[in-house]
Ligand binder design. Structure first.
Ligand code: AMP
Length: 459
């Protein structure tokens, strides 16, 4: 199958060739002709499958004819996070370079004035996070009655972040005879309900997850003692000893992101940070530095880094085991993309044990533990801070070991409960909600990616 067989215009085919794509991905081959025929569509696919181009490409051709009017966008793409919205905007720029379409990005963290100005001029494509869109809508800066094409991207992430009521409200503001495309990695009941309510006779396309068994993500747990200090020490050692071309290091809290980045820099590492407290331009600037290789370590929070498509990330480190097991899946999926190999290390203190148990329960897999002697020796420094080797053994002690469980109970555990559920928050909190790492109120509700079943020994 060639792109030329899909019914796209010559200008678009030229842009696709310039992007270096030789053939459409499965979701593109199935979706593009249907979207061009103005059908509603449900795409069950996650990032990495080429799903963005599967809606951006036909949208460009659909919107090529017709004119935009002030404050009345002709199409709307909803994204759960600022970074995903910015990524989609980049796609529009790349594929739409031979067209004269206008675009506006409505995301939290950037000046509202500029966004309002762009809207005033009239836009063909509006890419927005639900919070900012609702704010501007409430102020009368946007009319959605001229919006004939709606894309709801990453619907299950929207659900996790508590955006479904906003999306329902937005849907009711658009004309009833619009075209609606909904993309989601999984189809939990609330998303199915949303689709039933707002899509009309949709074509459903489901594509295999991109990470199949040939994608090789090596996973390991690295037992550490000594709290954050011990973790930083072991992390530095890992960064120095394993062949880290570039790495994303995930932390559970924004404060940890900041502290760790500062510490890594002071030890001479080329690192940067990305988290929800940063202004959007700063976040994008850090991402650019990482993408260009100027820095090779990016310390990140979950929401800021979710769904990011950065090619060639060799390593993911979990400085903390994520509180929500599905975040583990998302985090390690930042490496091993597009058929490449990758490695994911998770540093584990007693505080992380319960999270690890939940991750292993979710994935149905026991993750290998690095021999603690090796990591303790490698880490150097305070001997008494290191755990004894038998504590590092995998198996029954980890599963049911009294000692650890009791220790874990004594530790003040970072609790999900501390953060109010998204649904309990006041509406004006919406923009912050996009950034709050502790904000997911649902567990992983879909199939487990194949690559998580691959058990690979660490030598
Ligand atoms: P997505 O699933 O939209 O996040 O896309 C994942 C990656 O695949 C992006 O870096 C795209 O640029 C790339 N991509 C999209 N379509 C194709 C294609 N037909 N051939 C090769 N790469 C593609």
């Amino acid at each position: 199958m060639n792109f030329a067989d899909l019914g796209l215009s010559d200008e678009l085919l030229a842009a696709v060739t310039d992007a270096g794509y030789s053939e459409p991905t499965p979701i593109q081959a199935s979706a593009i002709p249907s979207v061009l025929m103005m059908r509603d569509m449900i795409g069950i696919a996650q990032t990495g499958t080429g799903k963005t181009a599967s809606f951006v490409l036909p949208m460009i051709d659909i919107l090529a004819h017709g004119r935009s009017r002030a404050r009345m966008p002709r199409s709307l793409i909803l994204e759960p996070t600022r970074e995903l919205a910015a990524q989609v905007a980049e796609n529009f720029e790349k594929y739409g370079k031979n067209h004269k379409l206008s675009m506006a990005l409505l995301i939290g963290g950037v000046s509202m004035g500029d966004q309002i100005k762009a809207l005033e001029k009239g836009v063909d494509v509006l890419i927005a996070t639900p919070g900012r869109l609702m704010d501007l809508f409430g102020r009368g800066n946007i009319l959605l009655t001229g919006c004939s094409l709606l894309v709801i991207d990453e619907a299950d992430r929207m659900l996790d972040m508590g955006f479904i009521p906003d999306i329902e409200e937005i849907c009711t503001k658009l004309p009833a005879n619009r075209q609606t495309l909904l993309f989601s990695a999984t189809m939990p009941p609330p998303i199915k309900k949303l689709a039933d309510k707002f899509l009309s006779n949709p074509k459903t396309i489901e594509v295999a997850r991109p990470a199949s068994t040939n994608i090789n993500i090596t996973q390991a747990l690295v037992p550490v003692s000594g709290g954050a200090y011990g973790k930083r020490e072991v992390l530095r050692q890992l960064l120095r000893t394993v062949e880290v071309r570039n790495a994303i290091i995930f932390c559970n809290r924004k404060t940890t992101v900041r502290e760790l980045n500062k510490s890594l820099k002071s030890h001479g590492f080329r690192s940067g940070e990305i988290h929800g407290d940063m202004e959007q331009p700063q976040r994008l600037a850090e991402l650019d530095l990482f993408k260009s290789g100027e820095i090779n370590i990016l310390v990140a929070s979950d929401v800021a880094a979710r769904g990011l498509d950065i090619k060639g990330v060799s390593h993911v480190f979990n400085f903390d085991a994520p509180w929500h097991p599905d975040d583990y899946v998302h985090r390690i999926g930042r490496t091993g993309r597009a058929g490449a190999t990758g490695t994911a290390y998770t540093l584990v203190t007693t505080e992380d044990e319960e999270n690890i148990t939940n991750i292993e329960k979710l994935t149905g897999q026991t993750i290998n533990r690095l021999d603690l002697n090796a990591s303790a020796g490698a880490a150097g420094g305070d001997k008494e801070e290191k755990a004894t080797p038998d504590r590092a053994q995998a198996g029954d002690r980890r599963r049911g070991g009294r000692g650890r469980k009791e220790e874990a109970r004594e530790q003040p555990r970072p609790s999900r409960e501390a953060a109010p559920r998204a649904s309990e928050r006041p509406r004006r909190d919406r923009d912050r909600r996009e950034d709050d790492e502790a904000d997911y109120n649902g567990g992983w509700n879909g199939p487990v990616p194949e690559f998580l079943h691959a058990t690979i020994a660490i030598s």
